[in-house]
Write a protein that binds this ligand. Structure first.
Ligand SMILES: C[S@@+](CC[C@H](N)C(=O)[O-])C[C@H]1O[C@@H](n2cnc3c(N)ncnc32)[C@H](O)[C@@H]1O
Length: 276
């Protein structure tokens, strides 16, 4: 059977139900990718149409967690964009440490945690891990459970290792994990001071101030309005002269609060808050 296309009106009904029943607001997710994800969920669970998905969401609250995992894109890597991580180690973190002896970091949209483990390895190599306070958040509770476990399929480690080599780390990536049952078990001491929390950027609750926020490849799934709203909250969550990093295909240039940041590195998408 050929799956019927998901219409905008279907998506409107769906997002309304999710908002009413679960208080998550997907209204301002970028339409085309959201629609593709919904289409994928219909195929995966063999729902003939969006109404069947809506019915299941209304009846089965446990299914909602699965839905969140499927509707969000969790693709990530360790040391993704290695030149960014070099820049962070060689310039940004030393710069932050000119003025303080501790560093507070927020990974917003941390997915399965590869970005957080990369940060911890970088900081350990800089002998700064003990001085860092790291908070890692995501909307998706099951991906956070995976992040907490720090066990990644061994087949992913080839790419991660390649990135680490390009990052020019001081050892080998395999120094930081042991292999067990086809999994790379990352050294748990790397993340003993990491606080993993569920947090929805759309709800926009500001819970702390940070020297450095990484929100990479998350807002790419939001429409322009929502990007503006989320950026305001990220701005509010930074200390003055703190740094914000976004994904390599994203930009701050056109957003409403662009004038409150300066571009520190355009290639690596690193911005510095200069105005409250
Ligand atoms: C593609 S991953 C990015 C992971 C990592 N930052 C990176 O760049 O490799 C996007 C993550 O954003 C999360 N996400 C999507 N909507 C979110 C929201 N409203 N609040 C918090 N996280 C969200 C998804 O669950 C997913 O884990």
């Amino acid at each position: 059977m050929h799956m019927q296309d998901v219409e905008i009106s279907d998506l409107r009904r769906l997002t309304k139900v999710i908002l009413d029943e679960y208080d998550y607001d997907f209204t301002n997710y970028a339409m085309s990718s959201f629609r593709r994800r919904i289409q994928r969920i219909l195929e995966l669970y063999k729902f003939g149409n969006v109404n069947m998905l809506i019915k299941r969401l209304k009846e089965d609250r446990e299914f909602f967690d699965e839905f969140i995992s499927e509707v969000t894109v969790n693709v990530t890597e360790m040391f993704r964009d290695p030149s960014f991580w070099r820049e962070l180690r060689d310039h940004i973190i030393p710069n932050i440490l000119l003025n303080h002896n501790t560093i507070s970091i927020w990974h917003a949209g941390c997915s399965s945690g590869e970005e957080v483990f990369s940060m911890a390895i970088l900081l350990r190599e800089m002998k700064m891990l003990d001085k860092a306070k790291i908070i890692a958040t995501d909307i998706d509770t099951s991906i956070l459970d995976r992040a907490r476990r720090g066990a990644y399929p061994i087949k992913n480690m080839d790419l991660n290792e390649k990135n680490y080599i390009r990052f020019q780390g001081s050892g080998k990536l395999s120094d930081y994990y042991k292999e067990e049952n086809g999994k790379a078990m990352l050294d748990p001491s790397l993340v003993e001071n990491v606080s993993w929390r569920q947090h929805d950027l759309v709800k926009g609750i500001v819970f702390n101030k940070f020297d450095l926020i990484l929100c990479r490849n998350v807002m790419i799934y939001f429409n322009q309005n929502l990007q503006n709203e989320v950026l305001k909250k990220l701005h509010e969550s930074l200390f003055k002269y703190g740094y914000l990093v976004i994904g390599s295909k994203e930009s701050l240039i056109w957003c409403e609060i662009a004038n409150k940041f300066i571009v520190v590195n355009n290639e690596e998408k690193i911005y510095k808050k200069i105005k409250d």
